[in-house]
Design a protein. Structure first.
Length: 882
């Protein structure tokens, strides 16, 4: 996931006539959270790669209108000798003395700090001050503070003129006029289609402009080709792509079907934040629904895509949902719905939550409206029903951590795609395909997205569903299984099990969602779910009880551990543990937890030779905020911790900015694993990050102090911002948080002061994030399936399969979810530091430093490039996993 320039790329890429490449970014279509982070990343990565960077206000509308009545600006001339690459001089960004003079701040020290428009964009003054100027050159600090803000500060607008040939020709003229060689477009399928059309028509546009005398022969020669790169920015999460490279170049295991052409979701910025807004609203609605024993019908966005509705439904524990890809199979959907909800009420539920995608319809494509659902519930079930339409609340608000990280990765990769583009290469779109940043042919992705709408219009719902990614189908299956109270899915009686669920280690957001799913899924299949309270100590004391369908109904949204958890391992009394498992006739055990849970699995497996009661299927579901379980790239709870960190750092940064020249050293949890610190630094825009994997040295601190001093020296007088340093709690035994704070405070006292904040156990979170809830639910269903499979093998007296162990950990690797054997987990574990030997995120440090504008000393680069922990990849795999 780190950044390193491709060896075949020039360090100072050039555009026409030997000048630096000029690239522009615009946001188009519906806005979404994360767009500002993408703009920030494109600007900073572009400048760091030696490009001149522009932003286009108001999307395609601004590009068509251009800069009317533009005043001559020498900084925009192609003869400018400014070098905007901070790594090409001895000074990092920040080498200029403080000044309020806009012009002088542009040109000092060979670094373009600001062109003066950044504050106008951020504060909303651009509507008046920048009137009739839509194409603006920007410097490093013009995008300061963008990442934490929702929407798009550079604006977006629908543009009827761009749909016409003449409008696109005006856009081409404005690009040539400003010498722009490449365009990065952030938007949905409509915006990206328009971008590709502009590129296809480009030769005819410049020829026409030359013949009409609007451009000179020199301009014509310099702009024979326009590079286009798309960034997926849409709250619907509906951009489709083809999974062609997962598992090949990185050695990542493929999905079980090994079909490399199987469709997946080309995820983009904005969807995760929208899901956060929806879940926050439904979590709040749930309490009033329960108070009055009401039913609520909640409408969410999604015209041809039910991703938001589906993920919100399983994350919030909704009772029923309607999505376009899978309409009700029965024409009389009203009766089917009332049957399901009537059983819920008969079971004792006080509330009913139904989620409806705005594009919901029946099997004959007749729209299903929230009002119609309300009337059915009122008339047939006698429920006091309300309708809530969330509308545009889903688009706004501060971006979730995942969207900030994804937008940063996408923006950085977009710049590399621009520099790697050729005349013959198709326009790429940058997205994430199940945990990997990828470039895909833009129009191929757009076509597949449009294929979903066509399949729905043709009533080919099976095809529409097949065009979604595996997560979509898994979650749909999980929702059905955990909301149905009938005998349809029950296994034969002789195959039914008593499945125990235990939490081990520190609490993590999503543990309760996993437990709820396990209980409901077990009951759906006819099994008996057994709760073991307070870990292995509780088991030894007999704190064991069956759980009911209704008992766990509201557990999805609860943080911590309802079962109770601790770090006590089963070897405290292994014989006693085995005796208790035998006493309660346990047929399978689900262990939910982090590194301690993996060690517990090892202890139980080794104890099988002496204790027959331990010869049952054992499955470990990784759940820890530290994300330190070997092999798996994500653990349940790790997303919640990053979001808590981001929210805290937003507040801390606000305090630091109010105090002007102040640096906060923020200490995170994570023990010997720096995941929280590293991903948190990327999400918050921290200037520096220290982790156990990289350690801390005195020389490193000295260089970092000098970097911050130079960075503060460049700030415009009165406009200094607060800055963050993220430090993992065990980054160094010597240089503790307080020591590091004291060093920065003392050495930098003429430029800034320093304070420290230890976030501690707050990182274990309150309400689990939607991603942790949905991930927990999806993984838990597969875990119960695993226990069933191996229990059935035992019933059939089949010999153990060495390639398919019945003691395993469920892991996420790239695009695949698989079961890693205990031997494999132990081999991949660094027991001394309690983490995996290989960690995919360590090279993110380079991108953190790039976004901060820090010049990395050559000796540090050398050390990282030869470290076995750092994955060096080609340009397509630079940010190989997210």
């Amino acid at each position: 996931m780190g950044y390193s320039p491709h060896p075949s790329m020039p360090s100072s890429p050039t555009g026409g006539q030997g000048r630096p490449t000029r690239l522009a970014i615009l946001t188009s279509g519906g806005d979404c959270s994360g767009m500002n982070a993408a703009v920030r990343a494109v600007v900073k990565m572009g400048i760091s790669r030696g490009c001149e960077v522009y932003v286009v206000r108001e999307g395609w509308e601004g590009l068509v209108r251009g800069n009317e009545h533009e005043e001559p600006n020498p900084a925009h001339s192609s003869t400018s000798t400014l070098n905007p690459n901070p790594t090409s001089t001895n000074a990092a960004p920040g080498a200029n003395p403080p000044t309020a003079d806009r012009k002088s701040s542009r040109e000092r020290g060979g670094f373009v700090a600001t062109y003066g428009e950044g504050e106008l964009l951020k504060e909303g003054e651009g509507e008046q001050t920048l009137r009739n100027r839509f194409i603006l050159r920007v410097g490093w600090d013009d995008v300061r503070g963008f990442a934490s803000l929702g929407g798009t500060l550079i604006g977006t607008a629908r543009c009827a003129a761009f749909r016409e040939l003449e409008g696109r020709r005006k856009a081409a003229f404005n690009l040539v006029k400003h010498g722009i060689d490449a365009l990065v477009v952030c938007g949905g399928d409509g915006s990206l289609t328009g971008a590709d059309r502009l590129r296809a028509e480009w030769p005819s546009h410049v020829q026409t402009l030359l013949k009409s005398g609007q451009i000179t022969p020199e301009q014509y020669e310099a702009h024979q080709h326009l590079n286009i790169v798309g960034l997926v920015g849409s709250i619907d999460n509906d951009m489709a792509g083809t999974d062609m490279t997962i598992g090949e170049q990185c050695g990542i295991a493929r999905r079980d079907n090994t079909d490399l052409t199987a469709p997946v979701l080309l995820s983009g910025t904005g969807a995760t934040t929208a899901l956060h807004r929806i879940c926050e609203a439904i979590d709040s609605i749930s309490s009033t629904a329960s108070s009055h024993s009401r039913a609520f019908v909640v409408e969410v966005m999604g015209r041809n895509c039910g991703w938001l509705a589906l993920m919100a439904a399983i994350a919030t524990g909704a009772d029923y949902m309607f999505i376009p890809e899978r309409p009700p199979t029965a024409e009389d959907w009203q009766t089917s719905m009332c049957t399901v909800l009537g059983r819920h009420r008969a079971e004792g539920k006080r509330k009913t939550i139904i989620i409806v995608a705005e594009g919901a319809h029946d099997c004959n494509l007749k729209p299903i409206s929230p009002e119609e659902i309300k009337d059915v519930l009122t008339q047939r079930l006698g429920l006091d029903t309300r309708v809530t339409t969330l509308g545009h609340t889903q688009r706004g608000g501060a971006p979730a951590a995942y969207d900030r990280i994804l937008a940063t990765l996408q923006g950085a990769e977009a710049v590399e795609a621009v520099l790697a583009s050729t005349v013959d290469s198709p326009s790429p779109v940058i997205g994430i395909q199940e945990n990997k940043i990828q470039r895909q042919p833009l129009m191929e992705a757009v076509k597949k997205t449009q294929d979903v709408a066509k399949a729905i219009a043709d009533k080919d719902f099976a095809r529409a569903l097949s065009l979604r990614d595996p997560e979509f189908e898994d979650c749909l299956h999980a929702f059905r299984a955990t909301t149905r109270l009938n005998e349809t899915y029950r296994v034969p009686e002789n195959q039914r099990m008593r499945i125990a669920i235990i939490h081990t280690g520190a609490p993590a957001g999503g543990m309760n969602a996993a437990t709820r799913t396990a209980v409901r899924y077990c009951l759906c299949h006819g099994h008996t779910p057994i709760a073991i309270y307070n870990g292995f100590v509780g088991l030894l004391h007999g704190n064991v009880a069956e759980l009911s369908w209704l008992r766990v109904d509201q557990w999805s949204t609860r943080g911590g551990s309802e079962l109770g958890t601790n770090r006590v391992l089963p070897d405290i009394d292994l014989a006693g543990v085995a005796a208790k498992l035998a006493e309660y006739k346990i047929d399978g055990l689900l262990i939910v937890g982090g590194f301690e849970a993996m060690v517990s699995l090892e202890i139980l497996e080794k104890g099988r030779k002496d204790h027959a009661a331990l010869r049952i299927p054992l499955i470990h579901l990784p759940a820890t905020i530290s994300n330190n379980v070997p092999i798996t790239e994500w653990s349940v709870g790790s997303d919640t911790s990053i979001n808590v960190l981001v929210e805290a750092c937003d507040s801390i940064k606000q305090s630091a900015s109010a105090s002007r020249n102040r640096v906060f050293v923020v200490e995170t949890q994570g023990a010997g694993c720096g995941y929280i610190a590293m991903l948190g630094a990327l999400a918050t825009g921290a200037n520096l990050v220290y982790t156990p994997e990289n350690g801390i040295s005195l020389g490193m601190l000295q260089r970092d102090v000098e970097f911050l001093k130079k960075r503060y020296s460049q700030d415009v007088a009165g406009k200094s911002e607060g800055r963050l340093i993220i430090l993992a709690e065990k980054a160094s035994k010597t240089y503790t948080t307080q020591v590091v704070t004291n060093i920065f405070g003392e050495e930098g006292k003429d430029s800034f002061d320093a304070r420290s904040v230890a976030l501690g156990h707050t990182l274990q979170g309150g309400v689990p994030s939607p991603r942790d809830r949905t991930r927990a639910i999806r993984l838990t269903v597969k875990c119960i399936d695993f226990l069933e499979k191996h229990h059935n093998r035992k019933l059939q007296n089949l010999d153990p399969d060495p390639q398919d162990s019945d003691a395993a950990t469920i892991v996420i690797e790239g695009a695949s979810i698989r079961f890693a054997s205990l031997n494999e987990m132990v081999e991949a574990a660094d027991f001394k530091n309690r983490r995996g030997k290989f960690q995919w995120w360590t090279s993110a440090k380079e991108l953190v430093e790039t976004m901060a504008g820090k010049k990395v000393p050559s000796d540090e680069i050398e050390t990282r490039s030869t470290s076995p922990r750092i994955e060096k990849t080609d340009s397509n795999e630079r940010f190989s996993r997210l």
